[in-house]
Design a protein around this ligand. Structure first.
Ligand code: R2B
Ligand code: URA
Length: 298
């Protein structure tokens, strides 16, 4: 039996547009042959920093033993400095900046890109950093549910002056598969848990060290305890909108973030730079391992 995969986009207006300009990528349907450029993409990895996503592309190039030189992997979005995008074989690596508005603009254009390129069966990963809730620094958290600051598994978007609520559940099978593969990797302590997404790094995450702070140490710890009771294991700034948009658009998605500190013990990120770099590679190694397994390379 032939199963027709649902389209990734959910917008009836798109079909009547003569041209679609993906403004923040500096790409477009008239100026670029998107099916030719991206039609074979099967895995998309997104993360905050442009440099990290370039090194991830180089790393994947080596892991997949692709031909050519890593120095030749160029930024497809070099015509704009909003986002960076690298393609290595079936893997696309894109930066999304910090916070919900930045990643949501990127996701609108990415999901349209996958649609215009007629991609099929794509899995998308957010690989990032986070603050741990009761976990030692360096732990990888695979997100079960992305929750908001009230610990609700939902994302609220204001559309035409009204609040639209979307669910933030992620793909359970991909999460379980990632957890299983983590046990095959050295130095990759990994858990599955809820990830809280906030709209601020300082007050919004209960930090005492921002330019403003309106609460006591005891109130901060009480909030973190409540988060922990609600199953929250880490805190970052993009997971709810990432989960919500991918879910509505039928994209299989997972969030894999390493913790940089235990928020019960402090707020400042004081770990040495080289240790932080090693931590940041952990989600990359896990996702690379997943991709290699799926491609039958290991
Ligand atoms: C994790 O790290 C960034 C803040 O430092 C933010 O983008 C996030 O989600
Ligand atoms: N990213 C966050 O959003 N919070 C942290 O505490 C660390 C990284």
């Amino acid at each position: 039996m032939c199963h027709r995969q649902e389209e990734y986009v959910k917008n009836p207006h798109l079909d009547s547009m003569e041209e679609d300009i993906l403004y923040h990528f500096n790409l477009g349907t008239k100026t670029h042959d998107l099916p030719q450029m991206f039609g074979d993409v099967k895995f998309v990895c997104v993360g905050g920093s442009p440099n990290r996503m370039r090194s991830f592309a180089q790393f994947i190039h080596e892991e997949l033993e692709l031909p050519g030189n890593i120095a030749d992997i160029r930024d497809i979005c070099e015509g704009t400095d909003r986002y960076s995008m690298y393609k290595v074989g079936p893997v696309l690596s894109i930066s999304h900046g910090m916070g919900v508005p930045s990643i949501s603009i990127m996701l609108h254009e990415l999901i349209k890109l996958l649609y215009h390129a007629r991609c099929r069966d794509v899995i998308i990963f957010r690989i990032g950093t986070s603050g741990g809730v009761g976990l030692p620094a360096g732990t990888v958290v695979i997100t079960d549910k992305a929750v908001d600051s009230f610990f609700r598994p939902q994302f609220e978007q204001v559309v035409l002056g009204k609040v639209i609520i979307r669910s933030t559940e992620l793909d359970e099978d991909v999460a379980q598969e990632l957890l299983q593969y983590s046990s095959e990797l050295p130095d990759t302590p990994t858990v599955i848990g809820n990830t809280m997404c906030t709209h601020d790094f300082y007050e919004g995450q209960g930090r005492l060290d921002g330019a403003l702070c309106s609460f006591s140490t005891e109130e901060k710890l009480e909030y973190l305890r409540k988060a922990s009771e609600a199953g929250v294991r880490n805190i970052e700034m993009e997971s709810t909108v990432f989960a919500a948009m991918c879910r509505v658009c039928n994209l299989k998605a997972a969030v894999v973030c390493v913790t940089l500190l235990n928020r019960f013990e402090g707020d400042q990120i004081s770990t040495p730079h080289d240790v932080l770099l090693e931590y940041q590679q952990r989600p990359q190694c896990l996702v690379a391992h997943f991709i290699k397994k799926r491609l039958g390379l290991i």
